[in-house]
Unconditional design. Sequence first.
Length: 73
Amino acid sequence: MENPEAILSAIADKHIRIITLTITEGGYNLDKSTGEFMTDHPTVKHDLQNPHTPQTVYGDARFRKIKVRIDSL
């Protein structure tokens, strides 16, 4: 991500009506046999142990802000 601050500004902009994310199949971190979220996946473990250097969309605070914004609509 070249300019993460631009993402935060866009999320905060009340004129922005649509925010989309493209997450590839591998980015969901779901167990193929159970469909459950893999909390033991190395990148998820990393995010839980290192919240300031996330490796997944789930661990990135910018994307948590998207959820907060969506919930407020």
